[in-house]
Design a protein around this ligand. Structure first.
Ligand SMILES: [Zn+2]
Length: 234
């Protein structure tokens, strides 16, 4: 074996190890850890209710600092190894939403997530929230679909996000009598969850709770939301 070939093989081996063994903490960048102990501690759920428009959303984390880094790395940095640490807080937020449902008897409650855009599927190859739910031993129902391709929400203000999301989701099948907890990763303005709630209601279902992994602070003034069909829950 020539030295050159040996060097190439060694480099390929190192690349392979880097793929399966993350070399830095996805929260703070510390070397040789998937998630260091202090960042793991920062991801302990602190479930709290937040309001967006007339909706109450249960969020496990605040989208800042370590949580922001880890969630960003998980969603858009290929750090799927962070799933285990993020599944627990999401599960805690769902548990809080479930506990807040006035009456749980008389039938099950379905967990419904927001469908990814085609672009997001192409980029990621997986659905971040569905993957976390599966990691938590929960099974989302694919009840909603994207009606058309809406543009990316990043960088849009509250009113623009709401307009962008208007009627962007549709139920895949009738949801008559179905009770739903909507689950998403991050709630910012709430436009996405409110649109999902509208779509569930339009198909005959009822949204009995909203749960997210994290929430961002509201930085923009509230806008007037007047959708008649959004008034049925919480
Ligand atoms: Zn760390």
């Amino acid at each position: 074996m020539t030295r050159r070939l040996r060097n190439r093989l060694t480099a390929a081996g190192l690349d392979a190890w880097a793929t399966i063994l993350p070399t830095e903490c996805s929260g703070c960048g510390a070397l040789d850890r998937a998630l260091c102990p202090s960042c793991r501690l920062a991801l302990r759920p602190a479930v709290h209710p937040v309001t967006r428009d007339d909706a109450l959303v249960w969020a496990a984390l605040t989208y800042e600092g370590v949580a922001r880094h880890v969630i960003g790395a998980y969603k858009d940095g290929g750090r799927t190894d962070a799933a285990a640490a993020l599944a627990a807080p999401l599960r805690a937020a769902i548990a809080a939403a479930l506990t807040a449902v006035p009456s749980v008897n008389g039938g099950g409650i379905r967990l419904v997530t927001i469908p990814s855009s085609r672009r997001a599927w192409r980029l990621r190859g997986y659905h971040p929230v569905d993957a976390l739910l599966q990691r938590a031993g929960l099974h989302p129902v694919p009840a909603l679909a994207q009606r058309g391709e809406s543009v990316d929400q990043v960088g849009l203000g509250r009113a623009a996000r709401a307009a962008n999301k208007g009627n962007s989701l549709v139920a895949r099948h009738p949801l008559t009598g179905t009770r739903v907890i909507l689950v998403d990763d991050i709630v910012t303005t709430g436009a996405t969850l409110l649109e999902a709630r509208r779509a569930v209601f339009a198909a005959g279902g009822t949204v009995v709770g909203l749960a997210t992994l994290a929430e961002t602070r509201r930085l923009l003034p509230p806008y007037s939301h007047s959708g008649q069909t959004d008034r049925q829950i919480l």
